[in-house]
Every structure is written in C-alpha cells, then in structure tokens.
Design a protein around this ligand. Structure first.
Ligand code: MG
Length: 397
C-alpha cells in the first residue's frame, strides 16, 4: 500500500460563545484538517486542533507549509502508511520541533491504519483498559462568582475535576480559588493552570497562599524553560506542581524526573508530537510514578479522538482524569449524549456523558468528515493545499 496524495484544509470553527482566557479571547478555532489518500482506497483523517503561538509556537500557515513542502514529499508520498513508527522517526530526524504538525500526520496515519485493520484506533494502542475516560471541566475566565457558578454546573453534569486559568494577577487567582472552593466544597479536585505566566517570586508566595485550599495541583507556574525553578519551588510549597509547557520532548521529561521538578505531568498529543511519541512519553511518566493529565488544543470531535482512544487504552493514563473537552467548549454545552453536536468537523462526535468521554467504535476514529461544515468554514484568505498525484488514488465505489 502506498500514499498517493494528501490534502491540507485550513478550517476556522466559530465558538458558540467566546472562550475567555486571561488576556485572550478565543472566538474561532484555527486548525488544519489533513486527509491522506492511498492506492488501496483507504483514506486517513486528522485534525490538529487550535493553533496557539504562545503555547506551541505553530500556526495554520506553519503547519501547512512544513507538511506541504517537507514532510509530505519526503516521507509520505509513495511510502507505506502502515509504517508509522518509521515515518515518525524520519520526521523527528529531519524536521526539528513542529510537533503539532507531526502530530497531525501521526493522527491521520493511525486513522488510516485502523481503517485498514477494520478496528478502532484504541485496539491498535493495546485495546480497552476502561470504557470511558473521566474528564475535568475547564472554566473560562470571569468574575469569581461566575467561575464558581460554572464549576457547580460542571460538577452537577458529572465532571470530577475543575480547572481554572490564571490571569497572571496573583491576588485575583486567590480570590477565584477561594470563591470556587466555597461553592464546590473541599473535596472536589481543583486545578489552577498558570501557563508559565508567574515569575519565581510570585509563584512562591502565591502558591503558599493557595496551600490552604487543598488543590489537586498548580500547573506550570513558571515559564517553560525554568525546570530548575520548578524543582526549587516544589521543595518550598505544599500544593503539588505539574509541568505542562516544560514537558515536551523525552529529554525534557528526563530533566524533570532527574531534578524531581514536578509531582505530575500534563500531556497534549500535539505537544508530544502524536500517538507514537505520546506512548513513549507516558512510559517515562509511569517509570517515574508521575500522574498524568491529558488535554486538548480545543478542537473538533476528530481532534479529541486520538487522545480519547489513547486515554482508554493506556493503562497508566487510564487511572487519571483528563480534560479533552474541545467539542463541548466550542458548542457551549456539558454533554452531547442528549444534545447532539452538528456544527463540527466530525459527523460523529465522540460521546461525552456524565463527565466521561467515550471514543467511537468504528474503524480508525470512527469518523466521517462533515464536508458541508468544512466547506462553509474554510479560513478566509487561505486555500486548500495538495501534494502528490490524486489520479493514482484508488477510489472505492
Ligand atoms: Mg496547561
């Protein structure tokens, strides 16, 4: 089997209600959908999710360019799509960084392979450890009262963890945590994600103020490069410290483990570089006995699927709570078992029910593309890119 051609589609999905993060208003998810075609008639789909220059440093244009100009001509067109490990290895050897672009390729290859094997991707990853993956809810920025009310709704909907984002204003962060704790009680797991926006002095003093609130963890209090600072901080505070932006490649994990710089690790498939690399990553977390949380870039049902399949298959990850709720954030709802999601890149959005995420059962990710939705939401000013020779495809009828 050989890859004949690929398509890169820039899509901007509007949010029903803008999602506010400190200093940022997200009104659209600007992502890239990848289709990989073959001479056997099988087609693989991937969605890289939202692009964020401050989180990943990659954009729609950078992802499309690196795949169109380098990855596809050298490692995809004319090659066997079933050799995923080989392709991932070549991408890592010859293309530095760009993990969101690499993840998009890895996602579509796994979908394709699942379709060839006629089984869901979770079967390729080891089979089911659990049926549904417990999810936390990520509350948007707001007044302390608004955030507390949203946290209450999330718990009532079945979510077992609440995460809020820091605004970089430490006093405001303490007010928000206090209001939410008063609303949801002391036992519910509560996470504050700082996204690296504090400096060491703020992190030390604010975390000490927050210690009384029995939080599950504070995520990435310091900038991504300051692993040594995380290690120092961790020795001086009571609240567990998780590394997100600091923990990307395996050598980052090694440094975090060697320095004992974190109590847990946060993974996104796009940060790790896809499912192959995420499995290596999770093995290192397991070796170091570090709990993991998995998130999303905020995206469609197709974007949520690779992580959803891995989180029920991987025995280490399956023991923890994740926050892979992109389709719910986009559609401003807390489940889609009763209220079906139709405005999505995927025709079959995996089911979120009672705070758990259940990946689809069909071959690959079990998803057909919502071509009508995609056509209506091509990013303004951008065009679809193709590589390869579409006349060599086998089209099944
Ligand atoms: Mg984070």
């Amino acid at each position: 089997m050989k890859i004949t051609d690929i398509e890169l589609i820039p899509v901007s999905t509007p949010l029903k209600k803008a999602f506010h993060m400190p200093g940022t208003e997200i009104t659209h998810i600007h992502g890239v959908v990848l289709k990989i075609f073959t001479d056997s008639g099988h087609v693989g789909f991937g969605d890289g999710g939202d692009t964020s220059t401050w989180y990943r440093g990659e954009t729609q244009d950078s992802i499309m360019a690196i795949i169109e100009q380098y990855i596809a001509p050298r490692f995809l067109i004319g090659h066997d799509p079933l050799n995923i490990e080989k392709i991932v290895g070549q991408m890592d050897t010859f293309v530095r960084d760009n993990n969101q672009a690499k993840a998009l390729v890895d996602f579509a290859l796994h979908d394709l392979k699942g379709k060839v094997a006629n089984m869901p991707v979770y079967q390729l990853l080891g089979g089911k450890t659990i049926d549904g993956s417990p999810q936390g809810w990520v509350a948007g920025a707001g007044t302390p009262e608004e955030m507390a009310a949203e946290a209450r709704r999330a718990l009532d909907a079945g979510f077992c963890l609440v995460k809020i984002k820091s605004g970089g204003d430490a006093d405001q962060d303490v007010r928000n945590v206090r209001a939410i704790r008063a609303e949801i009680g002391d036992d519910v797991r509560l996470v504050l994600d700082v996204n690296g926006f504090w400096h060491y002095d703020q992190a030390l003093h604010t975390t000490r103020r927050l210690d009384e609130f029995n939080m599950y963890c504070i995520e990435q209090p310091l900038p991504h490069w300051d692993i040594e600072g995380l290690a120092r901080l961790r020795q001086r505070v009571g609240t567990p410290i998780f590394a997100d932006e600091s923990a990307q490649e395996l050598h980052h994990l090694k440094e975090i483990i060697d320095r004992r710089a974190a109590d847990g690790l946060f993974i996104k498939m796009q940060k790790a570089g896809g499912l192959v690399k995420a499995q290596r990553w999770l093995t290192m977390a397991r070796l170091a006995d570090l709990p993991v949380m998995s998130g999303c870039m905020i995206g469609s049902g197709l974007e949520a699927s690779p992580s959803a399949h891995l989180m029920i298959a991987n025995q280490w990850a399956s023991q923890f709570t994740h926050e892979n709720i992109g389709p719910l954030i986009i559609n401003n709802q807390m489940e889609n078992d009763q209220e079906v999601i139709r405005q999505d890149i995927a025709l079959q959005v995996p089911i979120f029910k009672d705070g758990k995420l259940y990946p689809n059962e069909g071959p690959g990710y079990g998803i057909e593309l919502n071509e009508e939705f995609i056509a209506a939401n091509i990013t303004p000013g951008k065009t679809i890119k193709t590589v390869g020779d579409s006349s060599k495809r086998l089209v099944l009828v």
